[in-house]
Design a binder for this molecule. Structure first.
Ligand SMILES: Nc1nc2c(ncn2[C@@H]2O[C@H](COP(=O)(O)OP(=O)(O)OP(=O)(O)O)[C@@H](O)[C@H]2O)c(=O)[nH]1
Ligand SMILES: [Mg+2]
Length: 288
């Protein structure tokens, strides 16, 4: 053992352990993306290339960290959910957050040229911040996910109407703001339809719902189980044999990772995909 007089500095390391048996959400967010989007001329209000790039980087994170059970992204943010049984990096917040942020950023920068072949990246390069939050119950976690998706809907309806008033209606930002002040969802739908013949329902799902990433197994009958109740009742992770752990690992690695634009507020999404909450890999779908 090499003991030096300097070793005592180790004691300065504080623990930052996230509470056991809770769902950890690491949310990353683009730093100063308002400026970045202007610099690279992202389309307003939604740039499909930018969203596809966010999704590609997030998919790489989910693939790299199998203890992430689901991820949800909108605009310049992505939330990654670590299962409550996750033991990765001893649940240390700084390690989890820094790993997610650096894996995401590296992939975002690496894949930039695939999505923006004609606009090379220049300094200042895109960067992201990140935070970790613990959610004690499945209800809390589901409410968190619903909160992000509702936010996506509210912002997208507002932005779609705002930019239609400007791009199609010839207004400036001030006039558009004034037109929308105090309006409800129904009013914005009406403005879009009566002035611009836009039916908001027909807007792309990726804009209206954001993106959700999860592993692909065979869907199950929603009535056949009560995963949330079973998982909620577990006080500690189930002890499995080494072989069982290895099998789970293999099946997880084999599963395709999907990027979809689905409603994650309603029960149906979760009930058909019990593996997201149970962490127990499902059946690999047969090749079609
Ligand atoms: N034009 C365009 N802008 C986008 C798109 N997606 C995200 N943005 C921009 O990204 C911003 C994200 O909001 P914030 O994260 O609150 O703002 P920010 O500038 O990144 O600031 P910080 O996160 O606090 O550093 C929005 O205000 C938009 O301007 C897009 O598809 N097109
Ligand atoms: Mg941001």
């Amino acid at each position: 053992m090499a003991n030096s007089k300097f070793e005592y500095v180790r004691n300065f390391e504080q623990t930052d352990t996230l509470l056991a048996n809770t769902w950890i959400v690491v949310r990353i967010d683009g730093r100063a993306f308002t400026k970045m989007c202007a610099k690279y001329g992202f389309e307003k209000p939604n740039d499909r290339r930018a969203l596809d790039l966010m999704n590609a980087a997030a998919k790489a994170v989910v693939s790299d960290l199998p203890e992430i059970t689901i991820a949800y992204g909108v605009s310049d943010e992505y939330s990654f959910v670590f299962h409550k049984a996750c033991t990765l990096f001893e649940r240390r917040a700084s390690k989890l957050v820094s790993t997610v942020v650096s894996t995401f950023t590296a992939n975002y920068v690496h894949q930039w040229s695939t999505y923006f072949p004609d606009t090379p990246l220049t300094s200042p390069l895109p960067t992201f911040d990140g935070r970790a939050v613990c959610y004690p119950s499945i209800q809390n976690l589901r409410d968190y996910m619903s909160w992000r998706q509702v936010d996506c809907h509210i912002n997208n309806l507002y932005n779609t109407t705002f930019w239609s008033l400007i791009q199609l209606g010839g207004m400036d930002a001030k006039e558009a703001d004034k037109t929308l002040a105090g309006t409800l969802s129904a009013d914005k739908n009406e403005i879009l339809f009566s002035r611009f013949h836009i039916n908001y329902n027909n807007e792309p799902e990726i804009f209206k719902k954001g993106s959700v990433i999860f592993r692909d197994y065979e869907l199950v009958d929603p009535m056949s189980h009560n995963t949330a109740q079973v998982v909620e009742a577990q006080a500690e992770p189930i002890q499995q044999s080494k072989t069982q752990n290895e099998n789970d690992k293999k099946r997880r690695a084999k599963a395709r990772i999907l990027v979809e634009h689905l409603d994650i507020i309603k029960d149906d999404f979760w009930d058909r995909r019990p593996w997201i909450l149970s962490n127990k890999p499902g059946k690999i779908p047969k090749e079609t």
